[in-house]
Write a protein that binds this ligand. Structure first.
Ligand SMILES: [Zn+2]
Length: 316
């Protein structure tokens, strides 16, 4: 039996007309273990002013501040890590996905360890925490990344592309794993808080038992368990029932949104990702940031390259 499936959720209706920036109404905290260290870690979410963005603070490192910015990102063993001045915070993508999906723009996230807790492997616990705190609108408009031309990164049959056909952000993701419960899965979702919390946030990270063993041998994934990931062997799922039959592709969308959160802005357009992962997501986010920084016409390749001009001069 193959599990190839496609679907569309909340397609294209509604739009993100420039909303106000938000923060949390009150401080809230949550505890869990770090995926790699296996150590307990506490995360406390504090309100922050407009323009502050999402900033991690390492309480165990003299309150070192690590802003959730694309310049600070590196990818490491299927997860995204941020580092400033040699101090890092790991496994940031699920909490950042929750912030991006729910429209939380400004927050200080205090941590007493090197990683965000993995919790159940999804972003749902963070979404519930944000809802418990409540959102406060701030007196400043949210920034939309000004990208007016198509952007694409691709390599070895993997790709992520952007077309500036908003309003609002729509994501299409396709994965294809040769595995009886995964197979080919494709999903298109309009990224709005209601769709995000219902359809994307509950989707858990997934991995193969044999990879977990290899990572443990290198001192990684010590906090990984059947309680915080969908764990697969060659035939099936070891960790109990799936939350969605296409939970895998939903989690890929969750991860992509967490990596896009590092842009510190919303997006208007349609992103299509095929068989990508964190490294390519980050590369794509950097390409979007570069496109936003450049005037629209300069991003398209000019036909008049140096050799052409020399030839033209030679003929003249
Ligand atoms: Zn993930």
């Amino acid at each position: 039996m193959t599990a190839g499936r496609t679907g569309t959720i909340g397609a294209m209706e509604g739009s993100n007309v420039s909303r106000s920036q938000t923060t949390l109404r009150t401080k809230v905290s949550i505890e869990g273990v770090g995926l790699h260290s296996g150590h307990p870690v506490r995360a406390r979410f504090c309100p922050a002013p407009a323009g502050h963005g999402i900033v991690f603070v390492r309480l165990d490192h003299a309150r070192k501040a690590i802003p959730a910015r694309i310049e600070s990102a590196s990818t490491f063993d299927f997860a995204t890590t941020l580092a400033v001045g040699g101090i890092s915070v790991g496994t940031v993508e699920h909490v950042l996905s929750a912030a991006f999906g729910e429209g939380l723009d400004n927050c200080t996230i205090e941590l007493d360890g090197p990683e965000v807790p993995i919790l159940d492997g999804s972003s749902l616990p963070f979404v519930r925490l944000f809802h418990a705190a409540g959102f406060e609108r701030l007196n400043a408009p949210v920034r939309t990344l000004p990208v007016t031309q198509p952007v694409e990164v691709s390599r070895d049959g993997r790709s992520v592309s952007f077309r500036p056909d908003g309003p609002g952000l729509t994501v299409t993701y396709e994965i294809d794993f040769p595995h009886p419960v995964v197979g080919r899965q494709e999903l298109t979702v309009a990224i709005r808080p209601d769709e995000y919390s219902a359809r994307i946030a509950p989707a858990r990270t997934f991995g193969f038992a044999r990879d977990v063993e290899a990572m443990r041998a290198r001192g990684l994934a010590r906090g990984g368990s059947l309680h915080n990931a969908v764990v697969l062997d060659d035939e099936g799922v070891l960790s109990g029932p799936l939350r969605f039959r296409d939970e895998f592709v939903r989690h890929k969308i969750l991860d992509l949104l967490g990596d896009l959160a590092l842009l510190g802005a919303t997006l208007d357009g349609h992103i299509v990702a095929r068989r990508a992962g964190h490294a390519m997501h980050i590369e794509f986010a950097k390409a979007l940031a570069a496109a936003a920084a450049a005037p629209a016409h300069s991003a398209t390749r000019e036909p008049l390259t140096e050799p052409t001009r020399r030839r033209a001069t030679g003929r003249g």
